[in-house]
Ligand binder design. Structure first.
Ligand SMILES: [Ca+2]
Ligand SMILES: [Ca+2]
Length: 308
């Protein structure tokens, strides 16, 4: 805000409530990284935004692909190319018409008083740099509701997305994602990182989510064969442990909270020593580190909670 006044200072400081102050630390972010004499950010909040992905095998890392239905093409799991993991879905269009590819059908999106936003995404890569594809959202019988622009295939993976808003009070229904040729062609392509999300707060397409992505990511049931979600990340830093692994005395590391680390703003951590908070702290922005000399490695963990 450009118009803060000194009387706004109460909003600048945070007094944790008793409930929040006693909240167990449910979030953590481990690290082991080299520092340097240029300040770097060790951790930033919020670390991730909650999201879901209804597609059961979105990265094609599982062997089963029966959740996908070929239309005018042959589809197969293939390990020749992957945008993530080891595999993707190879689509071989029949070259007899446009709109050849595959689709995925969602479970029923229940009726809701408020509008609901469907966002879909996938990454596509051509077997060669030719032909074009698009991603569509359709109703349960394949009638188009929304589509991406036509995307020319290249030999690198590129993301394609589409969004559609279901009006409030619409009866519960299934929807489909289609990834198909935009015009008739006979170029095979690989599809990976397929996403389908329904949310009320935004039409923005979430960054790709599946249960294999580490801390805070989970499958709702079977790995690579169920929906998945990403939990809310850390929004409040409540503690930290930082060990300076260096054995060289000149390699002091300075650790700062919510400001850029320097020799004067940072808490010094002597080579071979550690900083470990033994009481709850409360910082809301970031942790910064800088070394006095060399590139000493620091290792440890940031602890936190998901709300104030
Ligand atoms: Ca994959
Ligand atoms: Ca073909």
């Amino acid at each position: 805000m450009p118009n803060e006044r000194h009387t706004d200072h109460r909003e600048w400081e945070i007094d944790a409530s008793t409930r929040v102050g006693g909240h167990p630390f449910t979030k953590y972010s481990p690290f082991r990284t080299a520092t340097s004499t240029t300040a770097s950010t060790l951790f930033t909040v919020p670390s991730q935004i909650l999201s879901t992905n209804w597609v059961e095998n979105p990265g094609i890392e599982g062997s089963g692909i029966t959740m996908f239905t070929a239309t005018g093409s042959a589809i197969a799991r293939d390990t020749g190319q992957a945008a993530e993991g080891a595999a993707s879905l190879l689509v071989n269009p029949a070259n007899s018409a446009a709109s050849e590819g595959f689709y995925w059908s969602s479970p029923v999106v229940a009726v809701n008083k408020l509008p609901q936003h469907i966002t879909v995404q996938a990454e596509v890569r051509g077997a060669s740099a030719s032909g074009s594809v698009k991603i569509q959202i359709t109703d349960s019988s394949g009638t188009e509701l929304a589509t991406s622009a036509d995307t020319n295939l290249t030999t690198s993976f590129a993301q394609i997305t589409a969004t559609y808003t279901i009006p409030g009070d619409t009866a519960g229904a299934s929807y489909r994602i289609y990834v198909v040729s935009a015009a008739q062609h006979n170029i095979n392509w690989y599809t990976d990182k397929i996403g389908f999300e329904v949310r009320e707060d935004t039409l923005a397409v979430s960054s790709y989510t599946d249960g294999n992505q580490g801390i805070g990511y989970e499958w709702s049931s079977t790995t690579n064969n169920s929906s998945s979600y990403r939990r809310m990340g850390m929004s409040t830093i409540r503690g930290i442990q930082v060990r300076n692994e260096s054995g060289t005395s000149a390699e002091v590391v300075f650790v700062a909270f919510d400001c850029v680390a320097t020799a004067t703003t940072g808490i010094p951590v002597i080579a071979g020593q550690a900083l470990e908070t033994v009481w709850p702290i409360d910082f809301r922005s970031y942790v910064s580190v800088i070394s006095a000399s060399g590139t000493p490695t620091v290792s440890g963990v940031v602890w936190g909670t998901h709300n104030g």
